[in-house]
Design a protein around this ligand. Structure first.
Ligand code: CUA
Length: 177
């Protein structure tokens, strides 16, 4: 360090200059903390924020004690595929946090399929890609739609309404063969 530089530094008035510097440092620090908070909140499940407790929520395969909402009187049959006629099928689907029962549905090519769906736990939705079917599933209310499958293939269905932490994992497949 040259003597001139050292002198210039020592001439810099310490009071005033340094407190302004401290304010800048503090402002920068607060902005950093603020942006870290915003980033951290992106990873917080929404149900932590709205106060609903999911610690005892049913997670398929790991939720002893969970009792699904009783089937409404108009829907007594369990989830699954039932043949109703030569080319007619009825498919009952139940939605839970966070999966569909059944996950895999097989129907023959050309079948007219009546989908009957309900949520047995909270609020969900169902969209069957490639069929135009998209329905909200309110807990225990029956939603119905019919589609005739004229192309073989796998038709993915997904949850159509945001329902919490497991929303993106809710899916299933209609296999037409
Ligand atoms: Cu179930 Cu989104």
């Amino acid at each position: 360090m040259t003597p001139r530089v050292r002198q210039a530094m020592s001439e810099n008035p310490r009071s005033g200059g340094s407190s302004l510097g401290a304010m800048y440092v503090m402002a920068a620090f607060l902005m950093l903390v603020g942006s870290l908070f915003v980033v951290a909140m992106m990873f917080v499940p929404s149900d932590w924020l709205d106060g609903s407790d999911t610690s005892d929520a049913y997670i398929p395969g790991s939720g002893p004690g969970f009792v699904p909402a009783a089937r409404p009187a108009v829907l007594q049959e369990p989830p699954g595929v039932t043949q109703m006629g030569p080319d007619r099928y009825r498919v009952v689907i139940e939605a839970y946090n966070w999966e569909y029962v059944p996950k895999e549905i097989r129907v023959p090519l050309g079948a007219e399929v009546q989908f009957v769906a309900r949520s047995a736990q909270d609020y969900h939705g169902i969209a069957i890609i490639g069929t135009g079917i998209i329905m909200p599933l309110l807990q225990n209310e029956i939603a119905e739609a019919t589609h005739t499958f004229t192309e073989p293939g796998e038709y993915i269905f997904v949850c159509a309404d945001y329902c919490g932490a497991g929303h993106a994992t809710m899916s299933g497949t209609v296999i037409v063969e």
